[in-house]
Design a protein around this ligand. Structure first.
Ligand SMILES: Nc1nc2c(c(=O)[nH]1)N[C@H]1C(S)=C(S)[C@@H](COP(=O)(O)O)O[C@H]1N2
Ligand SMILES: [Mo]
Length: 255
């Protein structure tokens, strides 16, 4: 009697992804994060499959000027507004003061697993190499929009502060109570930029002034607006109730 049931397609595919993931773990530095929660296994599989199947530096599609569309402003549109649900009591009022100085006193702190932690002014960042790209923003809510973004590649900023060899993640902290992170592969991706310009002008307040992340390889919620601080870490951190997982969104949202 044959006691072995035929392997279902799903078991097969899952098995493939899992062994591929294990193989990947063995050969690269960017081991996938551990969520410690079985419901998050799907994210883990997506992460492993993407990391295995997609060339790590393959570019997201870039568009032409005539493709530029209007872009709705979503989530926090001004961190100084106490009526917003993710208002931060400490940094909201600080943002209000920075607005008054037209971001002259604003600094981006970059620290953590780096050899030369530093605070960058907006003009420091504007003096660094820049990249301009016309890309499609895809929101988890189902809409997408195309805009032109100008900024400094995150990899140049990471070079300037000297990431340690143990560094594996880059965490973004904003002026609202929102924080999120990406792995080193996405952080070093040529299209991952810290944008201070949108459609040829200064980044508008509602879209994240003075500086926002553009992570073109993932869904829109990974592109944090209103950046305040970047922390390079050796370990995974999903930021609990300040992170995307509190919305039921996966930490990894590759597209
Ligand atoms: N700090 C911060 N960053 C954020 C958000 C937010 O509420 N606060 N919303 C996210 C979501 S869900 C999307 S779709 C985009 C929206 O960017 P936009 O307002 O420029 O369209 O920003 C992302 N980054
Ligand atoms: Mo979104």
């Amino acid at each position: 009697m044959n006691t072995r049931s035929p392997m279902s397609r799903r078991t097969f595919v899952t098995g493939m992804a899992t062994s591929a993931g294990l193989a990947l773990t063995g050969c690269t530095q960017t081991e996938p994060p551990t969520y410690g929660n079985i419901l998050r296994m799907g994210d883990l599989l997506t992460y492993k499959a993407h990391r295995l199947l997609l060339p790590s530096q393959s570019l997201a599609r870039e568009y032409d000027y005539r493709d530029i569309s209007s872009v709705p402003a979503i989530g926090t549109t001004n961190p100084a507004d106490p009526n917003k649900s993710i208002f931060n009591k400490e940094y909201g009022p600080a943002y209000d003061r920075l607005l008054a100085s037209r971001f002259f006193d604003w600094r981006l702190i970059v620290e953590g697993s780096v050899t030369r932690p530093r605070a960058f002014s907006l003009s420091d960042l504007k003096r660094m190499p820049s990249r301009t790209q016309i890309t499609r923003h895809t929101c988890e809510e189902g809409w997408s929009a195309i805009a032109q973004w100008t900024g400094v590649p995150l990899r140049n900023v990471l070079q300037a502060v000297g990431t340690r060899t143990t560094a594996r993640f880059v965490q973004f902290h904003a002026y609202d109570a929102y924080a999120d992170g990406i792995d080193m592969l996405d952080a070093l991706h040529p299209q991952t930029i810290l944008a201070y310009g949108m459609n040829g002008r200064d980044l508008p307040i509602s879209h994240g002034a003075p500086l926002r992340a553009r992570v073109e390889t993932q869904l829109g919620y990974k592109s944090l607006k209103f950046l305040r601080r970047i922390v390079v870490t050796d370990h995974f951190d999903d930021h609990g109730r300040h992170g995307s997982i509190q919305n039921g969104w996966s930490w990894y949202a590759g597209i």
